[in-house]
Design a protein around this ligand. Structure first.
Ligand code: UDP
Length: 195
């Protein structure tokens, strides 16, 4: 069993490195996948919010972000191995992306944040291919341009940092149209990377 069931949600038992391997298999497969790093607050909110619960359960992989989820898994006697947080996943995926030549896009945060986060990642991983950065407050016209740019650059991974649960709804709604193999909701991670 790769998942545990906690309060109606299937949460992955994979550790960070196994999660990166799973992401690699999604890129080889080529069809679009939605990954959520789930904290206890969103899990709790989903109990009263059917749309949120359905969205979480439509994702392909839900990682245990947050000490509360890991702790609860132990109490329930169905322990996950470790926390897999948004920021840890971004760092690990980025390192692997450099090795494999995966193309990445960053979306979200205030104007300038995604670009600054990309610059800092690029300093750490000089051969990393970041093919697009977009802030998280686009007008509908800018969004159209963003979709066009994404189609032209054909990324393997899109990190979406609009905050939970907005990013989860956005990924669910755009997953099929954009057809990016890996779309991950990463919350405030771009803010952290931008420093
Ligand atoms: N954000 C955005 N567009 C929006 C709303 C929020 O890009 O319409 C960004 C915001 O600038 C911040 C991030 O989403 O960078 C939310 O970070 P937060 O730490 O609140 O998210 P969490 O990690 O709690 O999901």
């Amino acid at each position: 069993m790769d998942n545990i069931n906690m309060m109606g949600v299937k949460i992955s038992k994979k550790n960070l490195q196994e999660t990166v391997s799973e992401i690699s298999s999604y890129i080889i497969e080529g069809t679009s996948h939605h990954i959520i790093t789930l904290n206890a607050e969103i899990l709790y909110r989903a109990q009263q919010d059917e749309k949120l619960m359905d969205t979480i359960n439509s994702a392909d992989l839900v990682t245990p972000d947050g000490a509360g989820v890991v702790w609860a898994s132990r109490i329930l006697n169905r322990p996950v191995q470790e926390r897999v947080t948004g920021i840890d996943l971004v760092q690990a995926v980025t390192e692997r992306a450099q090795q494999e030549g995966w193309r990445m896009c960053l979306y979200g945060g205030k104007p300038g944040t995604a670009r600054e986060a990309a610059n800092n990642l690029q300093k750490k991983f000089p051969k990393l291919k970041i093919v697009g950065t977009y802030h998280g407050y686009q007008s509908s016209k800018e969004l159209e341009e963003m979709y066009g740019h994404i189609a032209d650059t054909n990324p393997d991974i899109l990190l979406v940092a609009l905050g939970a649960p907005l990013q989860e709804y956005w990924i669910r709604d755009n997953k099929e149209t954009l057809g990016i193999p890996v779309m991950v909701g990463v919350g405030g991670s771009l803010d952290v990377l931008a420093g």
